[in-house]
Ligand binder design. Structure first.
Ligand SMILES: [Mg+2]
Length: 380
């Protein structure tokens, strides 16, 4: 089946092109109170060109420089650092490529993610299969997505909730993390009491102290919701989890499969947010997905930010994840002009995938613009 291009390889990476995409930024949660807000999101798209006339694409987009220990210029420097080790390698050997990146650079998984996703895109294009088929097969072509309700007054948030319902959403993330009394008012106004057919995830984005979190959760009583990332650290979240009646979702404090294994051992979570580029790409995110699935932990399959490339990558992973374990993916804000075509479109609470190979999208050259950096054969 494998047709080799020399040295036992299916294909080899000849050129790495690095593009920069600016995306409008609209802060959603409390993380930006008192911190530097980026004027726009600075996303990086990587194109891996090969000797098979196939090109793979991957994207990684940190949210500014203070949301997580990641920032765009650092990301692009990391790609330059790894490029010499990647040129000439076979991108369809996704696990081996990851080992090569780890030998060239410690950590910096959000930079490795862009390369890793592009390798999966190439593996899909070479085999003629969507990435979801390579991740265990599709459970669905219609990936459920949630709507985020930005932090605001209870009245304004209630209005936004109604608009999102009219758009077809039934899964909601309610941003909190402000003053405890105001947060309780927000949740009470939006959720009321009793069980819901809809899903609510109350996300503090690390904005509560442990003491405030315990007071707020006691005040919320029987509100039917998940509590997402209440405090800054894993340890604080674990204490809150042990004292609250609500299921807890962990987001920013879990990075690696090793982190997740510890959290499972501690019984620290009921749900996990798997952000593909924060995890380091599809290769490690797949391990997180399988660990969660094996332990009955619900998942949000999404990312920090990005364009059509990111939307396609998270939809491919979500499509290959059992539906009853999903809390929802995300639609993402888009750049002012499209950078790719064929990305999953939003329809009535879902993203609809096509059946094209790889990520299933075609880049728009005018949207990508000129490459900021080129490594390898095309750099001359
Ligand atoms: Mg979150």
């Amino acid at each position: 089946m494998r047709r080799e291009s020399g040295a036992g390889q299916v294909m080899r990476i000849t050129t790495i092109r690095v593009y920069r995409i600016r995306i409008p930024f609209r802060p959603l949660g409390s993380r930006w109170v008192g911190r530097n807000r980026p004027p726009h999101l600075d996303s990086t798209v990587v194109a891996l060109e090969t000797d098979r006339q196939l090109t793979g694409y991957g994207e990684s987009c940190p949210i500014g420089a203070v949301y997580l220990p990641a920032f765009a210029r650092g990301l692009r420097a990391c790609i330059g650092e790894m490029a010499p080790a990647l040129l000439g390698q076979d991108p369809t050997d996704t696990g081996r490529i990851y080992a090569i990146m780890n030998r060239a650079l410690s950590g910096h998984y959000y930079a490795k993610a862009a390369i890793d996703i592009a390798c999966w895109d190439l593996l899909g294009k070479f085999t003629g299969l969507p990435i979801s088929h390579l991740l265990g097969g599709r459970f669905t072509r219609e990936v459920p997505v949630y709507a985020s309700i930005p932090l605001d007054t209870p009245e304004k948030m209630s209005e936004t909730l109604e608009l999102k319902r009219q758009d077809g959403f039934s899964r909601f993330q309610v941003k909190v993390g402000g003053h405890p009394v105001e947060d309780v008012n927000r949740v009470r106004r939006l959720l009321g009491s009793g069980m819901h057919a809809e899903t609510f995830m109350v996300d503090a984005n690390r904005g509560w102290s442990k003491a405030d979190a315990l007071r707020i959760l006691r005040a919320l009583g029987d509100a039917d919701c998940y509590i997402e990332q209440p405090c800054e650290t894993y340890r604080e979240c674990l204490t809150v989890r042990r004292h609250c009646n609500h299921p807890v979702i962990l987001d920013e404090v879990l990075d690696t499969p090793r982190d997740l294994a510890r959290a499972i051992e501690d019984d620290a979570l009921d749900g996990m947010v798997i952000k593909i580029t924060h995890a380091g790409g599809i290769t490690p995110a797949r391990i997180l997905r399988d660990l969660c699935a094996a332990h009955g932990i619900k998942m949000r399959l999404e990312d920090t930010a990005g364009t059509e490339f990111t939307r396609a990558a998270q939809a491919q992973l979500a499509a290959a994840t059992p539906l009853d374990q999903q809390l929802g993916s995300y639609t993402f804000c888009t750049p002012l002009s499209p950078v790719a075509h064929g990305a999953p479109e939003y329809r009535n609470g879902h993203l609809i995938l096509n059946d094209e190979p790889g990520l299933g999208i075609v880049p728009d050259p005018s949207g990508l613009g000129d490459a900021l950096a080129v490594y390898g054969e095309g750099s001359g």
